[in-house]
Design a protein around this ligand. Structure first.
Ligand code: ZN
Length: 179
């Protein structure tokens, strides 16, 4: 039996707003120091402390509590990604309330967009509206989709929702970190 995991990720090429944002902000501007009260745990193995700041703020904005996030640098594109997709980040549900995020080498602005997208997916996982099985099948809002990898990335309903909501999440995070 072939195991072909579905990748729940963020396709940077689709995020045109990030590009336009970069035109105006050439420098990777530091965040405003803030105090964060949280029940979430982030194990950040990327070497970039700004990434766990972004996730802490985003999880709080999303009212997500008591989760553990394992964060690593993306070493290679996930195998299930089709050739024409380049993911900037993806998230896996390791087990209940434990999530693994892999992220490529991005500056603060791009990281906020990528992680906003993944936090929307974490919301979908926690609410159990999204469940991804190891065989590639997906349960989305009580309906089982057996061959989710066969659905075009931008036609997947959980991706449509993540792209629809990520900008709002990004704005909330930026409001906290660029006061
Ligand atoms: Zn996604």
């Amino acid at each position: 039996m072939s195991m072909k995991a579905l990748t729940i990720g963020y396709l940077f090429m689709m995020a045109s707003s990030v590009w336009s944002c970069d035109i105006f902000r050439k420098k990777d501007q530091y965040f405003t120091p803030i105090e964060i009260s949280t029940t979430n745990t982030i194990l950040n193995y990327t070497g970039k402390s700004y990434l766990d700041t972004i996730i802490h703020v985003g999880l709080n904005e999303a009212n997500i509590h008591n989760v553990v996030i394992i964060l690593e640098n993306m070493k290679s594109q996930p195998k299930s990604t089709s050739e024409n997709l380049v993911l900037d980040a993806y998230v896996l549900e390791e087990r209940d309330n434990v999530f693994y995020i892999s992220i490529s080498d991005l500056n603060r602005y791009k990281s906020i967009s990528a992680l906003s997208h993944e936090i929307i997916h974490i919301q979908q996982y926690i609410s159990q509206r999204l469940q991804v099985n190891r065989d590639g099948s997906v349960i989305w809002e009580n309906g089982t989709i057996n061959n989710a990898n066969d659905i075009e990335y931008m036609d997947r309903p959980w991706e449509l929702e993540a792209f629809k909501n990520q900008n709002n999440m990004r704005d909330q995070i930026e409001n906290e970190l660029y006061k």
